[in-house]
Design a protein. Structure first.
Lengths: 113, 118
């Protein structure tokens, strides 16, 4: 069965620190990859997505993610976090044969001013 | 443009009662999805409508859950009778198209309905 693992459940960083959130998935076929963010009191929003091409994708608010096919990974990065990045981050995988998303358990990020 | 809306935002019911959740997708979006997140776990797919038809209901946990989308606009998800393990946040999402890699298949999520079964 397909699964998505986010190894960091809760991350606490100071402003200006660098961020990397891990995401690994298990699926043997071609996948589309996504990172969603949920700010406090708001709905899930798409941060970035990867379908094909350059494995380094850039999203909104300075976030980027790198797809490493050999490692089945799609880690999210940001060079310098801000207090406003405090949110919960979800990695999601969609096999390109279907429409169903498989989400990770989420990583709660707290940025201390 | 209005986003995906869900009603109610919170619902607290007792075990054995019935609850109906509603989702209004973005106007014109034929594809509507229901997801559920049990506390501390991943967001799990429940089902996918294309217009009024159930395209994929493989994630529905059991026959206590009934989803409908009459007329292909809003959708309801009824839980009857509710059990303790049904507690969680129920998300709805919609997209113009489904699958593929184009810009029109992005799923837009609603704020979720937090269901607590006591």
């Amino acid at each position: 069965a397909q699964s998505v693992s986010q190894h960091n459940h809760h991350v606490i960083l100071s402003e200006a620190a660098s961020l990397e959130l891990g995401c690994n998935y298990s699926y043997g076929g071609t996948v589309n990859l996504f990172w969603y963010v949920q700010y406090p009191g708001q709905h899930l929003q798409l941060l970035l997505k990867y379908f094909s091409g350059d494995p380094l994708v850039k999203g909104i608010k300075g976030f980027e993610a790198e797809f490493i096919k050999s490692k089945f990974s799609f880690n999210l990065r940001k060079p310098s976090v801000q207090w406003s990045d405090t949110a919960e981050y979800f990695c999601a995988v969609r096999p390109n044969t279907g429409n169903q998303f498989y989400f990770g358990t989420g990583t709660s990020l707290t940025v201390i001013p | 443009e209005a986003g995906v809306t869900q009603f109610p935002s919170h619902s607290v019911i007792e075990k054995g009662q019935t609850v109906t959740l509603r989702c209004d997708p973005i106007s014109g979006h034929d594809n509507l999805y229901w997801y559920r997140r049990v506390m501390g776990k991943e967001i799990k797919f429940l089902l996918h409508f294309v217009k009024e038809s159930k395209q994929d209901e493989s994630g529905m946990p059991n026959n206590r859950f009934l989803a409908e989308r009459t007329g292909g606009t809003y959708s309801t998800l009824k839980v009857q009778p509710a059990e303790l393990e049904d507690s969680g946040v129920y998300f709805c999402a919609s997209s113009l198209f489904a699958g593929g890699s184009g810009p029109y298949n992005e799923q837009f999520f609603g704020p979720g309905t937090r269901l607590t079964v006591l």
